[in-house]
Design a binder for this molecule. Structure first.
Ligand SMILES: CC(=O)CC(=O)C(=O)O
Ligand SMILES: [Mg+2]
Length: 218
């Protein structure tokens, strides 16, 4: 695996590509079947949030937490093969894919895109950038999340349906991947609501953790 130091990224200013239902137990808890190819959505760059700033809950206040491993693209590419895909990874972040469930259910039922349910401001809290040496095996790390100190999610990236090389190859056949793009690789089971005043703490094994307060947006 190429070793590039991309710790110069203080934020990941490029597009955020979300992958849905990439853990079978989470697909099951959502009442969905396991997809036969990756389910893809986008979040705008205004979704990024760093520690020290609150998650602003949208007005209908029905937001779930989803803790995820984020893959940061370090080398641009199009039509990337699975065998070369990992050489395009520049590093990782711990990420939250905050999701407005009421709106998402409305969109699903109407056959409409998830953009508003997934893309509201502050819907993508991220940790500091982790370079490749900090996550030597991205397919074997624990993802955990607590709300107000109570565990809600605890899963392992080994259980991803589509592994990182498959995701990179698949996505790059549809859109050019740019340096600084972030791929959210899906969440394990245990998603649940976050309300005003809640404290959300999550981690990637003992590699990194982050904490965010949630507030109703004004
Ligand atoms: C049902 C979802 O919101 C899909 C998703 O984002 C996931 O991580 O799975
Ligand atoms: Mg997600």
């Amino acid at each position: 695996m190429a070793s590039r130091n991309l710790s110069r990224f203080s934020s990941f200013g490029k597009k955020i590509i979300g992958i849905g239902k990439n853990y079978s137990e989470h697909a099951k808890e959502m009442g969905s079947s396991v997809p036969s190819e990756p389910v893809v959505f986008l979040k705008p760059t205004t979704a990024y949030l760093t520690e020290g700033n609150p998650i602003l809950l949208p007005l209908n206040n029905d937001v779930d937490h989803e803790v995820e491993l984020g893959v940061v693209i370090g080398k641009p590419g199009k039509d990337i093969s699975e065998s070369s895909a990992m050489s395009h990874v520049g590093g990782y972040v711990l990420a939250l894919d905050m999701s407005n469930r009421t709106r998402q259910a409305q969109s699903k039922n109407a056959g409409l895109p998830w953009a508003l349910s997934k893309g509201f401001d502050t819907s993508c809290p991220v940790s500091k950038f982790l370079d490749l040496s900090q996550v030597p095996d991205p397919h074997s790390v624990q993802l955990w999340l607590k709300v107000n100190g109570v565990e809600r999610q605890n899963g392992n990236t080994a259980d991803m349906v589509f592994k990182i090389p498959t995701l990179i190859s698949y996505l790059s056949c549809h859109m050019t991947l740019e340096e600084g793009d972030l791929i959210l690789t899906g969440t394990p089971k245990g998603v649940g609501p976050v309300k005003h005043g809640d404290v959300v703490e999550c981690g990637l094994g003992d590699i990194v953790s982050m904490t965010f307060n949630a507030e109703d947006r004004k």
